[in-house]
Design a protein around this ligand. Structure first.
Ligand code: SF4
Length: 385
């Protein structure tokens, strides 16, 4: 039987569902920003936080990371974001050294907003840069320009942010390897502590999905995408970034603790419309509609749309599948302690297959993806599910 699956630390995710406009690739749940809508939403979100406090859902567990994402959280004012973070502190046990990340759009920040975020305890800012080429940003439907990215980074530094992430995409329509490398060079020149380097995926229901279906989207070939990933990560490594997960690179000491939680079997509570949670062995998700979210909270009910119990076996398999997205892989002894199994024996077949395919290796008592295996992390993970 499992030993102790429930650990003290949890992550908290807060979904802010507004954007200035919807990017052509984005499948996140977002709504057009309107002031009165935002005011009502902040009230609802704080009500949801209070409901979880009353239920003692976290029962004193320590929140070690808070991630405010969306959407574009910085469509809200500094006071609104500060009020939400304060409500979390009042309701839960937030670690004094918690990592608190707020996502922002480079075109939507200003000095007073960033100062308010710092005062509210935000110590990590994540900017959705995506590209440093104007035409690429236009094709993505982004609302910012390359100059605004540089200005945003400079401003954040001036205000005092010491932990910055830039999101950078590859595999954009019509993108060449040379242009991608120019993008990486521009991003690295701004010296962020962290870079999320991820490929464009065409998600159902997006403008890009419709364009692709109509044959209007020219995407890089599969081989070029593989070359972009390979050359991109070597270039980032040469610039001093260490890859720690398939799409994530950081200067030493600046991994994103919140996201690492998702890959290391830590539980989290997600609040806000469409957010997902994984708490006490149960997975549950909130309603997507802002209106439905509001109506639930108005009558004092949790806005949960679906619940699913994750059985012990699935949890173990997922812990391996997600853990293998990390460069360091999974420590075998830790898995054994936590789940009371001998991983090499229990998963003999998938381990043997992945090892002979050159995707997996056992090193220093850890199960680790090889450099080649990281490029196929989704398939590698699926072998254990
Ligand atoms: S700003 Fe971010 S969340 Fe909003 S539509 Fe664009 S990619 Fe999606």
């Amino acid at each position: 039987m499992p030993i102790a699956l429930r650990e003290d630390a949890v992550g908290l995710y807060l979904h802010i569902p507004f954007c200035e406009r919807v990017c052509h690739f984005c499948a996140f749940v977002t709504r057009g920003f309107r002031e009165e809508r935002a005011t009502a939403f902040v009230k609802d979100l704080i009500t949801e936080i209070c409901l979880y406090r009353e239920m003692q859902a976290l029962r004193g567990r320590v929140i070690e990371t808070i991630y405010v994402g969306g959407g574009t959280p910085t469509t809200l004012t500094g006071d609104q974001l500060g009020g939400i973070l304060q409500a979390c502190r009042d309701a839960f046990r937030v670690d004094r050294a918690a990592e608190i990340t707020v996502e922002a759009n480079p075109s939507g920040i200003n000095g007073p907003l960033l100062e308010a975020l710092l005062r509210a305890g935000c110590n990590r800012l994540s900017l959705g840069a995506q590209s440093f080429e104007s035409d690429e940003l236009n094709s993505l439907g982004s609302s910012h320009t390359p100059v605004q990215i540089e200005m945003a980074v400079r401003l954040a530094r001036q205000i005092g942010f010491r932990n910055l992430n830039l999101d950078l995409m590859y595999g954009l329509p019509g993108q060449s390897l040379e242009r991608l490398l120019a993008n990486i060079k521009s991003a690295a020149a701004l010296e962020p502590e962290h870079l999320s380097f991820y490929n464009l995926t065409i998600e159902e229901g997006t403008r890009f999905a419709r364009d692709a279906e109509a044959g209007h989207l020219v995407l890089p070939s599969h081989d070029l995408m593989a070359e972009m990933f390979e050359t991109g990560r070597s270039t980032l490594e040469a610039a001093g970034y260490v890859q720690y997960e398939v799409s994530n690179f950081a200067r030493p000491g600046f991994t994103c603790r919140h996201n690492v939680g998702y890959w290391t079997d830590r539980e989290w509570l997600g609040l806000g419309p469409s957010s997902h949670s994984y708490l006490d062995g149960e997975r549950f998700s909130n309603v997507e509609s802002l209106q439905e979210y509001h109506h639930c909270l108005l009558r004092g009910a949790l806005p949960v749309a679906a619940r699913e119990e994750v059985n012990y076996d699935l949890r173990l398999r997922e812990a391996i599948a997600f853990g293998l997205r990390q460069v360091k892989g999974i420590e075998l002894a830790q898995l054994e302690r936590r789940y009371g199994i001998a991983p090499l024996k229990r998963f003999r077949t998938p381990i043997a297959q992945a090892t002979s395919a050159g995707w997996l290796e056992i090193q220093e008592a850890s199960l680790r993806p090889t450099r080649a295996g990281l490029a196929f992390a989704d398939d590698l993970g699926l072998a254990f599910i």
